[in-house]
Structure formats: structure tokens, C-alpha cells
Write a protein that binds this ligand. Structure first.
Ligand code: PLZ
Length: 443
């Protein structure tokens, strides 16, 4: 594979450097203070698995812009598709003058989404917008109101999706009142659940809560991330998701898999729910779907997707032709470059380097995840008390040395790994080596 930028980390100034500092000064004056940034440097170019800042420093990208550039930063196929489509049309609008690549993309998405039944799709801009619309579709289809979501969930920052999101600060604090009819159920979190609790037992606990506190016949949708993202990269115990799907189907509830972060090749399958052998009624997709263009989708059972009256679902920019072309090129690259296999290679490498630390250091609680969606949970010791202070120190240390790690978790004590799938073993080893050293130093 060829890249514009040499695939290596390189620190040539202090971080942030002088040019970044000048931009930061203007930012403080003109950009709303409500927006935060993990990196103090300003990026000029991104290529493959490397980010280069305005001062010439290069960072290994373990974040992919929160799981977006899964196909690689500035993937050549995607860039070409964007350029060619932009030259033909910068905007077309599905509700007014339709165009072919909207249809092409929906067709492709229905082909790669799990489920042995007729499917249809509809396109939007952001992950939150996909979730909002999945709720609209499920409510219209069932004629019911209640939405069941989970502990540690993240579904977005709009009013309804804030209500669906679990963590107060920073996402919800002071932004209420929130949308009604959203109920929070217990999750399966093997590392923190009672030892030995099986997926089936955790599901029984969840179902009991739904039955007692909501009533199955009132529930329009159960919405869950099959690998919980912002909440801490939590993989539910085996059997948890299938039991919930079964319960949903017995009770006429729409089962929605929120694959905004875990979907689209990230975990080594097209969609993460394939790992659990489930066929969700609806899937929400975004992030890795379009190589960086703002695009999202709801894909699912044709009869549910058709429940709304024509014109009931839409949006000015939904399914922008440039974003659609980028998505088609991204999916092609995933196939042609066998990137699902690369996700599995990345998981193996991360496990090989980090798993030995669990036995060696009592601050390393667990290494978990699937494919290129992996994480390490840091604690203070055997009692598993979350250790967000250690996470902050470790991530700051890595940053100063040219490695960008993102954090997550309800308790802020998880370092997550979401590298582009084109990252080499060499870069993985280099970046994770820096992390291991930092954990040892601060443990
Ligand atoms: N569903 C599972 O992970 C977005 C949040 C970044 P949007 N996750 C990144 C932040 O701090 O706002 C996400 C997700 C899952 C929905 C969303 C929302 O997707 O494209 O950010 O709206």
C-alpha cells in the first residue's frame, strides 16, 4: 500500500508547536468554548494511519476520528469518488429530484446487512439522526411509544438521543428536559457483573425489568449497541443479545442494533451483530460507512421500513450524492482490500501486546473488544475501582510522544483503540509500546 505521508510518528516541536498555539489563541476568541479537543495540535493532513499537524509533528492515529476513517485516512478510492461526484453535482435532494447513487447505496447496504429477509434502507447525515429515525420508524410500525435502552449506552446528542444516552456529564448535564418514554435497562457487563453471571441470566434480569417497569406490549423498540462504544467498549456475555432478540420477537417489539460505532467492518464483520448470530430488525449505521463524509443509514426489514407514510421521513441533506459515492467506494475498498481480515489481524496484535499486562500489573483490569474495536480498562487494583487518573496520565504521555489514543467509559477509565484498518503491524507495535511503557511508568 502506498501513502502520501510516511507512516511513522515524528515529533519535531513541543506539542503543541508554535503554529498550533497561534491557532489555539484564535480559537479561544472565536470558537464556542463548548467544543472540546483531545489533541492540542491542529491537523493539516491525514493519511493512512498517520495525522500530521501544522508544525510537522506526526501522530499515530488510534482513533480514526472516533471510528470514522476505518477504511484509512484519505483512502485514494474514496478521494477519487468524492472528486468525480463533486464535479458532476455538489447537492441533489431525494425528496425533490432523485438520483441513482441513492438507490445504489441502499441496495448495497441491504445486501451486506445481516438478516435472511427482504430489506430496505434510508439515508441520513449523522449517527444521532439515524437513531432518531429508527425510533420514528419503530413507533409508526408498532403504534407503541416506549423505547428501551441500556446502562452505559451512547446514542447521540440531539434531544431524543440524549435521553437515550446513559452518561450525564458531559453529554446531558444542564441540557434537559429530555424526551419522554425512554426506559433504561441493565446491561451485561461481564467484567463488572457478579462473577459467573451468564448472558442468559443477564438477559433474564433485563427482561424482568422491562416486564415490570414498562410492560412488553408498550414497547416499540429495544435499542442496543452490540459492542457498547462510548460506555467502555463492553462486549455483552454470550447469549445476552440472542435472548433479547427472541424476547422482542415474541412480543412484537422492533429490535434495533445501533452499529454506528461497531458496524461497517470495524469488528471484522460487516456488522458486529453477526458475531452474536443475531438478525436485528433494524440496524443504524454511520461513521465508517463513508470514509469521512457525513452519512448515516437505517437498514432493516422491508415491512418495518415501509411503515411510514410517503414523505414522513426525509431531510434536506440526507443521502447527499458525494457522501453516497464515498460510501460506495468505501464499501468497495473494504471488499477489495480484504479489510475485515485486517481488523482481525489488528485484534490479534493488540491482544498479543496487551493481554500479558493483565497478569503482570494489577492496574490493568481487562483487555477486550472485537477486531479493530479494542480497549483496556484501567483500575486501581484487585477491587476493580475505576482509575480515570491513570488513564489521563497515560494518554497525555503517549500524546507527547506522537501517539493519539482516545478514552471512553462511564467512569472515564478505558483507553480505546480504533485505528484505521490499514495501520501496519509496525505502527501498532510502536504505538502500543509507548502505551505499555506509560502504563508501567504511572502504575
Ligand atoms: N450511536 C453507538 O457511538 C457516536 C460520539 C462523539 P453522531 N459516537 C461518538 C461525541 O462525543 O459526540 C455515536 C455512537 C453510537 C450513535 C452515535 C451518534 O453519532 O454521528 O455523533 O451523531
Amino acid at each position: 500500500m502506498e501513502f502520501r505521508l510516511e507512516q511513522k510518528r515524528q515529533i519535531v516541536t513541543e506539542v503543541p508547536g508554535p503554529k498550533s498555539k497561534e491557532i489555539a489563541e484564535r480559537r479561544a476568541k472565536y470558537v464556542s468554548a463548548s467544543v472540546g479537543s483531545a489533541l492540542p495540535s491542529y491537523i493539516e493532513q491525514a493519511d493512512g494511519a498517520v495525522l500530521r499537524d501544522v508544525d510537522g509533528n506526526q501522530f499515530i492515529d488510534f482513533g480514526s476520528g472516533i471510528g470514522v476513517t476505518t477504511v484509512g485516512n484519505s483512502s485514494p478510492k474514496v478521494v477519487k469518488a468524492i472528486q468525480e461526484t463533486a464535479a458532476a453535482n455538489t447537492h441533489l435532494q431525494i425528496n425533490t429530484a432523485p438520483y441513482e447513487n441513492y438507490v445504489d447505496l441502499c441496495q448495497k447496504l441491504t445486501e451486506i446487512t445481516p438478516g435472511d429477509f427482504d430489506k430496505k434502507a434510508v439515508l441520513f447525515n449523522s449517527g444521532a439522526e439515524a437513531l432518531e429515525n429508527a425510533v420514528k420508524i419503530a413507533r409508526k410500525h408498532t403504534g407503541r411509544n416506549a423505547i428501551v435502552v441500556f446502562e452505559h449506552a451512547f446514542h447521540g446528542r440531539t434531544n431524543l438521543t440524549m435521553a437515550m444516552t446513559s452518561k450525564n456529564a458531559p453529554y446531558k448535564d444542564g441540557f434537559g428536559p429530555f424526551a419522554p418514554e425512554v426506559y433504561r435497562a441493565p446491561l451485561s457487563y461481564p467484567y463488572r457483573d457478579a462473577e459467573g453471571l451468564t448472558g442468559a441470566q443477564a438477559a433474564a434480569r433485563t427482561i424482568d425489568m422491562i416486564d415490570k417497569q414498562v410492560g412488553a406490549k408498550n414497547v416499540a423498540a429495544i435499542i442496543i449497541e452490540p459492542l457498547v462504544g462510548e460506555g467502555g467498549f463492553i462486549v455483552p456475555a454470550e447469549g445476552f443479545l440472542p435472548a433479547l432478540v427472541e424476547y422482542a420477537h415474541e412480543n412484537g417489539i422492533v429490535f434495533v442494533s445501533d452499529e454506528v460505532q461497531a458496524g461497517m467492518c470495524r469488528t471484522g464483520k460487516w456488522f458486529c451483530s453477526e458475531w452474536d448470530g443475531i438478525e436485528p430488525d433494524l440496524v443504524t449505521s454511520a461513521k465508517g460507512i463513508a470514509g469521512g463524509m457525513p452519512l448515516s443509514a437505517v437498514i432493516g426489514r422491508a415491512e418495518i421500513m415501509d411503515a411510514s407514510h410517503p414523505g414522513g421521513i426525509g431531510g434536506t441533506y440526507s443521502g447527499n450524492p458525494i457522501a453516497n459515492a464515498a460510501a460506495l467506494a468505501t464499501i468497495e475498498a473494504y471488499e477489495e482490500e480484504h479489510l475485515r481480515d485486517e481488523a482481525l489481524r489488528i485484534e490479534q496484535k493488540i491482544r498479543e501486546i496487551l493481554e500479558p499486562l493483565v497478569a503482570e500489573l494489577d492496574v490493568v483490569g481487562e483487555v477486550r473488544g472485537r477486531g479493530a474495536m479494542m480497549a483496556v480498562e484501567l483500575v486501581t487494583g484487585a477491587d476493580k475501582t475505576p482509575n480515570p487518573e491513570l488513564v489521563k496520565k497515560v494518554v497525555a504521555d503517549a500524546l507527547a510522544q506522537g501517539v493519539l489514543f482516545l478514552t471512553c467509559g462511564t467512569y472515564g477509565n478505558v483507553v480505546r483503540f480504533l485505528p484505521p484498518l490499514v495501520i501496519s503491524d509496525e505502527l501498532l507495535e510502536d504505538g502500543l509500546g509507548v502505551l505499555v511503557e506509560a502504563i508501567r511508568k504511572h502504575a
